[in-house]
Ligand binder design. Structure first.
Ligand code: GLU
Length: 277
């Protein structure tokens, strides 16, 4: 068994991360497997170098150990490019020239919790002709690559995945729709990077928060298209505050560092996260 904890070094770890790390670690430990640590640091504008070290320090404090040298996604551009080319050769991607603002204006769909934010893409660029695409490119417009999710799902046929908590799930390509596979600014996206790396690292169990359940539908499609083995899944509960709101870095959730400074012990943290499991 190989599990992984895959934080983004864009902030200090909080209780929600502690729970995610513990689930991955404990599962591997109980099954005589290994837990890997992977830094999901493709979003270079938000990454800060001090967080890598701070994350490792917090994990050690919690008594969570990982195997080998942590991977950094920033080093993996060539692998992502290769996967992107494979998907392009299957004709399941299209260039999207829309800006975030345009999408927000034209979309009536609700926000989706796929970890990348934003509404389901209303498909504006899906129907551009090759000539229209060419003229936009010649005009100097920048583009992202999106998955034509319906086409991709047709190519795959019916797919399922098994989740330890939620049971067998039929893959629904409409949940997140035509997600971005390669962003304009960094040439990759969370969805592509996570699928490529989980396969390359031989991850057999993907454990992550239940907020990413919808993303897994996309990942299973990508795994099938790229010829990767499908891992087992466990979408664990999220840590919520007294009002039932999930903790997130952007909400100023209190970091493990500050809890530690206030005198909380690692045992206290572990006891607290277990109340959510
Ligand atoms: N980097 C993601 C996060 O911090 C992890 C997602 C995953 O485990 O697939 O939420």
């Amino acid at each position: 068994m190989i599990t992984r904890f895959a934080p983004s070094p864009t902030g200090y770890l909080h209780l929600g991360h502690a729970l995610a790390a513990w689930v991955a670690y404990d599962l591997a430990r109980k099954n005589e497997g290994q837990m890997l640590l992977r830094f999901e640091d493709i979003d270079v504008a938000r990454v800060r170098s001090e967080y890598y070290h701070a994350i490792e320090e917090d994990l050690r404090w919690l008594g969570i150990e990982w195997s080998g040298v942590p991977w950094r996604q920033i080093d993996r551009a060539a692998a992502y490019q290769q996967a992107l080319e494979t998907l392009q050769s299957l004709h399941v991607l299209y260039p999207c020239f829309c800006t975030r603002k345009e999408i927000a204006r034209m979309s009536s769909a609700p926000q989706q919790g796929d970890g990348t934010d934003g509404p389901v893409y209303p498909g504006i660029c899906r129907s551009l002709s090759p000539q229209q695409q060419q003229s936009r490119i010649e005009r100097g417009d920048r583009w992202a690559w999106r998955l034509d999710s319906e086409k991709a799902a047709r190519l795959c046929g019916p797919l399922h995945f098994h989740d330890h908590r939620f049971g067998t799930q039929a893959v629904d390509p409409s949940l997140l729709g035509d997600v971005v596979i390669a962003r304009k600014d960094i040439g990759v996206s969370y969805h592509l990077a996570v699928v490529v790396d989980d396969a390359a690292q031989g991850v057999t169990w993907v454990t992550r928060g239940e907020d990413l359940l919808a993303s897994t539908h996309v990942h299973v499609i990508l795994q099938h298209l790229l010829g990767f083995r499908q891992p087992q899944h466990w979408h664990h509960p999220l840590v919520c505050d007294e009002k039932g709101m999930r903790l997130a870095k952007r909400d100023d959730a209190r970091s493990l560092q500050s809890l530690r400074a206030e005198g909380m012990s690692a045992q206290d943290v572990l006891r607290q996260i277990h109340t959510f499991l």
